[in-house]
Design a protein around this ligand. Structure first.
Ligand code: SF4
Length: 717
């Protein structure tokens, strides 16, 4: 049980969604520990989660937090203090003016997978229901949109079918494009426990780098960057050849296998080895362990998602599960690991440019009518909104005049920073709603709105295994900071007075629970039905997995156990996907593959973790990892500055020799921004961390950009 001066909540970092107990003394957070009763972590926390209380210290609050509304009277000037009434009125007036003059699609909202579900719901309704634009997208577009599209294309719904308990039940764990040892540490601890308890469990890791996860594997398939689809097709080819497929599951529960079977004929072991760089022996071993060892669970993340063929990569992996019947049973299934703490919640409320509430599709007239009815409107707009990369391109081109950015830092995290910076400079109105005053995006804001953050917020989040947890406030909001849903609600109410005077209010939410109850009702009859769940039940039962419809005693651990999928005919669909090259393959001018990834102790753009010196002990400064062979060829010593150039920009970084990257490849952590690298960009270049180099090329189905790979050239600076 939590003590009187302690509050149960959820870690705000990764998608594992660990439960925490926050300790406080008066209005000060004094400690944090893992919640022993939370089914994601059973009391454990990683280096980031266990230091959360230190990121809420008085010193950090004073130095890093945004504590009152600030207004920049002209671009480049220092912002001056303002107040909420002025901010709300001015923003509502200017948004209404832009919507009236240029149309609602001249406004873009860019929100975050770190918002709570309640925040997300209000923002989504504000854009689609009140303003009348679908131009609302989120940094989840950079995180999980390929997983969403992959699930929908094959299984019929955006619903991870497995759960964390499956780690202990699997005979083979197949990790592709993920490094949970660093990016999902508590889940990795559970995997280590499972391997200790059952030494026969096999771990296969697919990664171009020898990460800590790969180093722990029984088999590391060190593929060439971007060759995942060739690998998955090649494994299916071998499974077919050896007779390791589940013909009954294919016949009774799927469609489209013949076309895929014909496609993978070309992916012979020899050809797959050529395309992927993996030996034929290792391919055969991987196919055998995946298909015949017993139960196989796949874990995957940004290595598949952040790709110009991300949806196809996801679908090609799911094909393997469908072909072998490794789905819908304990210890088996494809299982996407969510990057952010509430990327799932954002999808649930439909807070993306192509979605509507409760997994409804914008393109479906019936779904639009259902959402309009729920909101008491005659319709919601049908034109798809601009997705993340498209939104900033449209602002850079002058089509989008106002950008409202909440709880995210696109001036660091978006690819192709030259375009992003141009967008922020060209937009007539830039609103940045943030807890931290220190982000790169804050420097571009006309209005800075102070938001609450972890330890102060109240609502819900959903983790990777569809589990909804409560986020509870332990201390009051500091200064004039307000909850994100409340800021959006107040501006929405001011906008309503101008855009639909005299009509029934759309945003009559006294508390976040009122928002959640409306969201809950929107899920009735949908795949994620949570009409049986309430804040009160979350208090008494603890975190629950959706679906949990009215009358259910608890949430559901696994999906598709009856062999019926979420497609109209109940059959899963094999995806006959082509193997496509990288958006930017290596060539003579840019002969090196640059990959990006996470560090163990940092989170995203470091606005929170960067406030703690101890979290820099693991990786004190940004470096470029190079193979010793490439270091020698470039005549580099460790620590020498390297000039890294892509088609979009140049960075200077110290070199670090490591054989975790293959020759011809380079790796840079994603977290560092221009605060660190500002002195190291070349004259005339955008100094914006690694995303000064990355490409905005994206997957045509998911619109998720290829942040994981850029063709570069290297030279000694
Ligand atoms: Fe937080 Fe993720 Fe670490 Fe759990 S594993 S404590 S959710 S960062």
């Amino acid at each position: 049980m939590a003590q009187p001066h302690s509050t149960r909540s959820t870690c705000p970092y990764c998608g594992v969604g660990c439960g925490v107990i926050i300790e406080r003394d008066g209005a000060q957070i004094t400690g944090v520990r893992g919640d022993p009763d939370h089914p994601a972590n059973f009391g454990r926390l990683c280096s980031k989660g266990s230091t959360l209380h230190l990121t809420a210290s008085p010193a950090v609050q004073q130095q890093a937090r945004l504590l009152q509304p600030m207004r920049r009277m002209q671009r480049g000037a220092a912002p001056v203090a303002s107040d909420w009434a002025t901010a709300t009125d001015d923003i509502a007036n200017r948004l209404a003016d832009i919507a009236t003059t240029h149309g609602p699609d001249a406004i873009g909202l860019y929100v975050s997978g770190q918002l709570l579900t309640e925040d997300y719901y209000v923002f989504n309704k504000l854009a689609k229901g009140l303003l009348g634009t679908n131009n609302i997208d989120t940094n989840s577009r950079l995180c999980m949109s390929s997983a969403v599209a992959g699930y929908k294309a094959t299984l019929g719904a955006d619903a991870p079918p497995a759960c964390y308990d499956d780690l202990a039940l699997a005979d083979t764990v197949f990790v592709a494009g993920a490094n949970p040892a660093w990016a999902h540490p508590i889940l990795f601890r559970r995997l280590e426990d499972a391997r200790q308890a059952r030494p026969g469990q096999k771990l296969i890791v697919v990664d171009p780098r020898r990460t800590d996860t790969a180093a722990a594997a029984d088999l590391h398939l060190q593929i060439l960057p971007g060759s995942d689809i060739a690998l998955f097709h090649g494994l299916l080819h071998l499974m077919l050849w050896e007779g390791w497929i589940d013909a009954r599951h294919i016949a009774e529960h799927t469609s489209g296998f013949d076309a895929l079977k014909a496609r993978v004929q070309a992916f012979t072991p020899q050809e797959t080895a050529r395309l992927t760089g993996v030996s034929e022996f290792d391919l055969a071993l991987a196919a055998r362990w995946f298909a015949t060892a017993g139960r196989t669970l796949s874990l995957y993340c940004q290595g598949l998602n952040q790709s110009s063929s991300g949806t196809a990569k996801n679908a090609a992996l799911i094909n393997l599960h469908l072909a072998t019947g490794q789905i819908g049973k304990p210890g088996a299934g494809p299982f996407s690991l969510t990057g952010q703490p509430n990327a799932m919640g954002g999808r649930e409320v439909g807070g993306l440019a192509n979605l509507l509430s409760a997994h409804r599709d914008l393109a479906n007239p019936q779904h639009r009518a259902e959402v309009a009815a729920l909101w008491g409107l005659s319709d919601v707009p049908a034109t798809p909104g601009k997705t993340a990369v498209e939104m900033f391109q449209a602002a850079a081109d002058g089509q989008i005049k106002a950008l409202w950015i909440a709880c995210t830092n696109p001036a660091q995290s978006m690819p192709d920073q030259t375009t992003v910076r141009r967008a922020l400079e060209r937009a007539e109105l830039v609103i940045v709603q943030e807890a931290f005053a220190t982000t790169a995006t804050a420097r571009h804001a006309d209005w800075l709105l102070p938001a609450t953050t972890w330890g102060e917020k109240d609502g819900t989040v959903t983790n990777s295994e569809r589990r909804i947890s409560r986020v509870r406030p332990a201390v009051p909001a500091p200064g004039q900071a307000r909850h994100d849903w409340l800021i959006a609600r107040d501006i929405a109410q001011a906008l309503e007075a101008q855009l639909r005077p005299g009509q029934p209010p759309l945003f009559d939410y006294p508390t976040p629970e009122h928002v959640w109850n409306e969201h809950r009702e929107s899920t009735r009859g949908r795949d994620l039905d949570i009409t049986g769940l309430s804040y009160a039940l979350l208090d008494t039962l603890g975190p629950q997995q959706w679906p949990m419809p009215e009358g259910a005693a608890q949430g559901r651990a696994r999906l598709y156990e009856d062999g019926r999928y979420a497609t109209p005919d109940g059959r899963a669909r094999f995806a006959d996907v082509a193997y496509l090259p990288l958006a930017e393959p290596r060539d003579a001018r840019y002969p090196v593959s640059l990959t990006t990834g996470r560090l163990r102790d940092q989170w995203h753009g470091m606005s929170r973790t960067g406030t703690l010196g101890r979290l820099f002990g693991h990786a004190p400064e940004p470096v470029v990892d190079l193979h010793p062979q490439d270091m020698a060829q470039l005549r580099l010593q460790a620590g020498d500055l390297v000039q890294i150039s892509s088609r979009r920009g140049t960075l200077l970084l110290p070199a670090q020799a490591t054989d975790s990257v293959a020759p011809g490849q380079a790796h840079v952590a994603m977290h560092w921004g221009d605060e660190v690298l500002g002195g190291r960009a070349l004259p005339g270049q955008v100094a914006a961390g690694i995303n000064a180099l990355t490409t905005g090329a994206f997957c045509p189905a998911s619109k998720q950009p290829e942040l994981k790979h850029t063709a570069v050239r290297l030279g000694k600076a």
